[in-house]
Unconditional design. Sequence first.
Length: 257
Amino acid sequence: MSDDIDEAIDWQGHEISCAGCAHEQLSAAGGCRLRHACVHDRYARRIDRFFNWNPALANDYVKHPHFEVRAIAAKHASPFYLPPLLDDPEETVRWNAARRLPKRLVLRLRHDPHREVRIRIATVLDPEDLMPMMMDDDYYVRLVVARRIVPSVLGRMMGDPEAEVRRVVARRIPSDWLLGMISDPDARVRLEIAERLAPDLLTAMRKDSDWRVRHEVASRIALSELHELAKDEDPLVREMARGRLDNRSGAAMEKPA
C-alpha cells in the first residue's frame, strides 16, 4: 500500500534522496522507504509510518526543527525526553508530550495559550484538578470542565455566560441547588431544571414564559396546582393539564423510556 502523493519533498521544499541519508543502511534493510516511510518527508503520514516502524529512533528527533517530526516523535520517545516539549512553540507537540507524561507534570497546561491544548487537558486531568479551568475564557473548555468536575463545586458555574455550559450544570448540580437556577435567562436551561425538580417544588415554575417548561410542569405538578395550567395559552400545556385533571388520579405523566 502506498501514498497517493508521488513525490518525496522535505519540510523545506527540497527533494529527498536516500543517498547520504543517515538512515541509508536502514533503508537498505527495509526499515524505511522513500515516498512511504520517511522521517524527512513533509507529509505527516509518512513520518508517522517511519516511527511506527522504528520507535527506538524517536528520542533522536524530539528536537527536530520541523514541528511534525517533533510531534510524531513525541508519541514514541522515552517519557524522560518529553518534559521539555511542554514548552514547545507548537500546540500539537505540547499535547502529544502531555498525553504521555504524569498528570502532575502537565498541570501547567491548564493555562496553555491554545484552546485545543486546554480542551484536551481538561479531558484527561482528574476532576479535582479542574477547578482552575472553571473560568476559562473558552466556552468549550468550560463545557468539558462542567461535564467532568465533581458536582459539589458546580455552584461556581451556575452563572456561566454560556447557556450550553449552564445546561450541563443544571443536569449535574445537587438537587437542593436547583431552585437557584429557575430564573435562568435561557429556556433550555430552565427546562433542564424543571425536569429534575421534585413535583412539590414545580409551583415556582408554573408561570414560566416558555411553553416547554410549563408543559413539563403540567406533567408532574400536584393535582391541586393544575387548574391555572388547564387554562394556559398554549394548547399542548392545556391538553396535558386537562388530561391529568380528567384522569382524576392526578398521577404525574411518566416520561418515555
